[in-house]
Design a binder for this molecule. Structure first.
Ligand code: GLU
Length: 450
């Protein structure tokens, strides 16, 4: 049994119930063996056994009072996974599905993603099983404040810098920032994704979605192709999906779908980004509202999706941008996309494709940008926000967007060259994993056994 396989088997015993975490570990470790074979130092230093264990897990109770005066209890977490190359960095997710296994999967992915950006940021993730859906503005504020009354002890501008993820946007970051400042008396860049009025960066809101499109452009350019004039399927309707759609128009492509947890919109004329922003960012409503506002669009509820499938992926497209959540695209979906002529997949969400869907894309040889490369633009721009905060500056939109574009190009070239180095040209899963891994592993070895 290979070294990587031995570590995977051991983890399966120890963390049998953390299924998405095991999936993420398997996805990364199963591609690292060529790098482990090439240099014995990784096994000798037990790097895999060390890198799969978080440096620290903080788990706490969050109590708050709802609008009816009833006491509510949620669970809060921060997984400080790896600080070999920089302060812990990664988002906070507020969603009822959040548990330690989900945050370990996200934190583990974040280590390699952050390393790939080429910037000095370690990996972390946190969040709560709090469900912001249906909560009043005051309830959201009280929850964010209660969450921060514990988290503030563990974070800091050079220690750990959280940001947003599913369920955490500018509003939540603002409430948490306010509470941090109140508790510590310190006005520092401790969170990213902040409002422009108190240290936020221009282009941070757009960065993950824009970055996924820049990454697709890089992959396609390398193959002599372009997105111009092409139909694209996008899933999700949050921040990543919205700005992915916006950027697709900028490059002459047409996004024809978006989706939320209740259903999907399909419109061959193209998604109306202004209406989408109005519905999701202002009204915080479901996509049924979008269908009311845009008469030509068709709405399909999740209950009408084909069994075990995501209907977004049955819409014929040249490129697919999964921007919703983990495991939203399975093998049957991948086969449908390929059958319909899809030539490019660029992942805006974290681990949206199941392992067998990923393998189907690789086998078909289409341009496939795995999440930790294709969606790294968000966290990369967070690090640009940290740079601006540290230097007490604010850069123009063009400056930040230009840096983002360069970073996405560098990630593509790094992953692509690493794949070639190991004799698997075009396999950006292997290329991204090995490139991200080597930097962190080498830093861990240089810093000794801690
Ligand atoms: N949650 C985002 C991610 O998955 C952004 C993290 C950040 O900006 O720190 O990368």
């Amino acid at each position: 049994m290979s070294y990587a396989q031995k570590v995977i088997e051991d983890l399966k015993q120890r963390y049998a119930h953390e299924t998405v975490f095991l999936q993420a570990v398997q996805e990364v470790l199963s591609t690292l063996q060529p790098a482990l074979d090439k240099d014995a130092k990784y096994e000798k230093n037990k790097i895999l056994e060390r890198i799969v264990e978080p440096e620290r897990i903080i788990s706490f109770r969050v109590e708050w009072v709802d609008d009816k005066g009833e006491i509510q209890i949620n669970r809060g977490y921060r997984v400080q996974y790896n600080s070999a190359i920089g302060p812990y960095k990664g988002g906070l997710r507020f969603h009822p599905s959040v548990n330690l296994g989900v945050l370990k999967f996200l934190g583990f992915e974040q280590i390699f993603k952050n390393s790939l950006t080429g910037l000095a940021i370690g990996g972390a993730k946190g969040g709560s099983d709090f469900d912001p859906k249906g909560k009043s503005e005051n309830e959201v504020m009280r929850f964010c404040q209660a969450f921060m009354t514990e988290l503030y002890r563990h974070i800091g501008a050079t220690i750990d810098v959280p940001a947003g993820d599913i369920g955490v946007g500018g509003r939540e970051v603002g409430y948490m920032y306010g509470m941090y400042k109140r508790l510590t008396k310190s006005y520092e860049g401790v969170l990213t994704g902040k409002n422009l009025l108190f240290g936020g960066s221009l282009a941070r809101t757009e960065a993950t979605g824009y970055g996924a499109v820049y990454f697709a452009q890089n992959m396609l350019e390398d193959r002599g192709e372009t997105l111009e004039g092409k139909k694209c399927a996008v899933s999700g309707a949050g921040n990543v999906a919205t700005y992915c759609c916006e950027k697709l128009y900028h490059v002459g492509a047409t996004p024809v779908t978006v989706s939320d947890s209740r259903g999907m919109i399909h419109d061959d004329k193209g998604i109306n980004v202004e209406v989408l922003k109005q519905v999701k960012e202002v009204e915080r409503a479901s996509l049924t509202r979008y269908a009311e506002l845009v008469p030509g669009a068709t709405y399909t509820p999740v209950s009408a999706y084909p069994q075990g499938r995501n209907a977004v992926w049955s819409v014929p497209c040249f490129a697919a941008f999964p921007c919703a959540t983990q495991n939203e695209l399975n093998l049957a979906d991948a086969e449908t996309l390929l059958k319909n002529g899809c030539k490019c997949v660029s992942e805006g969400a974290n681990m949206p494709s199941t392992l067998d869907a990923t393998n189907a894309f690789l086998k078909a040889g289409v341009a496939y940008g795995p999440a930790k490369a294709a969606n790294a633009g968000g966290v990369a721009t967070s690090q640009l926000e940290m740079q601006q905060n540290a230097g007490m500056q604010s850069w123009t939109f063009e400056t930040v967007d230009g840096k983002l574009k360069d970073i996405m190009g560098n990630i593509f070239r790094n992953a692509s060259e690493t794949a070639k180095e190991f004799g698997q040209p075009g396999n950006l899963v292997l290329g991204a994993n090995i490139a991200g891994f080597r930097k962190v592993a080498d830093a861990m070895i240089a810093q000794g056994v801690l």
